[in-house]
Design a protein around this ligand. Structure first.
Ligand SMILES: *Cc1c(COP(=O)(O)O)cnc(C)c1O
Length: 432
């Protein structure tokens, strides 16, 4: 009935998450409020891990892409699920270190890591630094040399694949700020160089072809392109690339228009392709990494808001204003991302209204959705935006000096705060 399977309706007609009444959560913690369901998070981690076990003999690692939602408790949960992590900044790395995350399972991404970040990664003994460009390769070699260390790296490759997704989130093509191009020979030259550098250990190749992808074919094609490149490196340079990281990008259901495939089938088809190329070219099977982000955290989260004023503009539209907006969820403002809206107090009723949900920022573009179906809604009602577990809290800002909402985790019929609500004192904390 709802886009995520952890959502239901109780006998009062209220929306529930992980079995808890969202109206009670809103009352207890206030709104706006992010709510995450721990069981679904864990289940999503396990389904990816099990797909690697089943299809690829367990010869792989699932790395959670931190950027979708990063906080200490999230990392503790990932740690207890035996997951690896993708981090892209000193801040994410610091968060991982602060909970004692096993650094050999961390991949450090980013197209412009600073010397400070690279040094921190070396100091922490991060398992894999994903080198994006030749400048970074040289800087990293120098920094590792200064420490008398050897940096374990992968190269980010642009496999040149169009994954049919929104332009803003497409990253696999030649016109991308990320990685080395294959077509131009740039990637091959970089591999040659890396092999020659004393303080660099080239472990693997990485690609990430986009986000919110529903087709399996682009992933299979990417795996094929990457495996062929690995074969070429073996043939022409006599060097064995042992690891292949195929990135994330698995689509989730935001509205009924989305139909994600079971995650098992990605691994199944990708494993088949990797094994086929290995057999054909007489290569050893590489260790495979995948980096799901949205598909782990997205469906596990919702955001609750209290409805303030409602404006019916005759023959034009109805605006429902909520007590949050682009500060806690900038995705509609950035990408016109579609969400499902539910009046949490009337969740079993039919959606009889079509509304524009507006935030409270001083900005006409501060909307959460337009043309959105919702149940009859009045001032003071609680509305839920579904599947907001990814790229919401992590992309939030203090625009208009609005404090960030807290994140509450539900599990086994109880709830706990995992990120506190910001206070007005927090807002002025760094002001001189
Ligand atoms: C964003 C990103 C991911 C995660 O993408 P999702 O679409 O959230 O699964 C994984 N790897 C890299 C390198 C990324 O940039």
């Amino acid at each position: 009935m709802f886009v995520s399977k952890n959502l239901s309706v109780n006998e009062k007609g209220h929306l529930t998450i992980g079995g808890l009444d969202t109206a009670d959560l809103a009352q207890k913690y206030g709104t706006p409020l992010y709510v995450m369901d721990e069981d679904l998070l864990r289940e999503n981690c396990r389904s990816f891990k099990q797909s690697i076990d089943r299809c690829y003999g367990g010869k792989g690692l699932v790395c959670y892409a931190s950027k979708v939602f990063c906080c200490k408790e999230m990392y503790r949960i990932m740690m207890s699920e035996d997951m690896g992590l993708d981090v892209v900044s000193a801040g994410e790395l610091y968060t991982a270190a602060s909970v004692g995350f096993p650094m050999e399972k961390v991949c450090f991404h980013g197209n412009n890591k600073t010397d400070e970040e690279l040094s921190m990664a070396l100091e922490q003994n991060v398992g894999r630094i994903v080198v994006d460009n030749i400048f970074e390769l040289e800087r990293l070699n120098r920094l590792a040399c200064e420490r008398g260390a050897k940096a374990n790296i992968m190269f980010r490759i642009k496999p040149g694949i169009d994954a049919h997704t929104h332009d803003f989130v497409r990253t696999g093509q030649i016109d991308s700020k990320f990685g080395f191009a294959l077509e131009t020979g740039e990637a091959f030259e970089a591999v040659k160089k890396a092999i020659s550098l004393e303080h660099i250990e080239l472990l693997g190749l990485h690609c990430h072809i986009g986000s919110q992808i529903f087709d399996i074919d682009p992933f299979v094609l990417a795996a094929e392109v990457m495996m062929n490149f690995i074969a070429r490196i073996r043939d022409e340079l006599g060097y064995e690339i042992k690891e292949l990281d195929l990135g994330g990008g698995f689509g989730i259901k935001y509205t009924d228009a989305d139909s994600p495939v079971p995650y098992d089938s990605y691994m199944e088809k990708v494993s088949e392709k990797v094994k086929a190329v290995c057999a054909e070219k007489n290569l050893n099977l590489p260790f495979i990494l995948i980096e799901p982000g949205r598909s782990i955290a997205g469906p596990a989260g919702i955001t609750l808001y209290t409805v303030g004023g409602i404006k019916h503009i005759p023959n034009i539209r109805t605006y429902i204003s909520v007590d949050g907006g682009m500060g806690d969820n900038p995705r509609y403002a950035l990408y016109k991302s579609k969400y499902d809206f539910v009046n949490a107090l009337r969740a079993s009723e039919p959606k009889s209204e079509t509304v524009t949900v507006a935030g409270k920022c001083c900005e006409s573009g501060d909307l959460l959705g337009e043309g959105a179906p919702i149940q009859q809604t009045e001032e003071g009602d609680i509305i839920a935006v579904l599947a907001t577990g990814a790229y919401n809290y992590s992309m939030s800002s203090n625009y208009n000096r609005i404090p960030k909402p807290p994140v509450v985790m539900v599990k086994d019929g109880t709830s706990r705060v995992i990120v506190k609500r910001e206070t007005l004192e927090d807002i002025v904390r760094n002001d001189i």
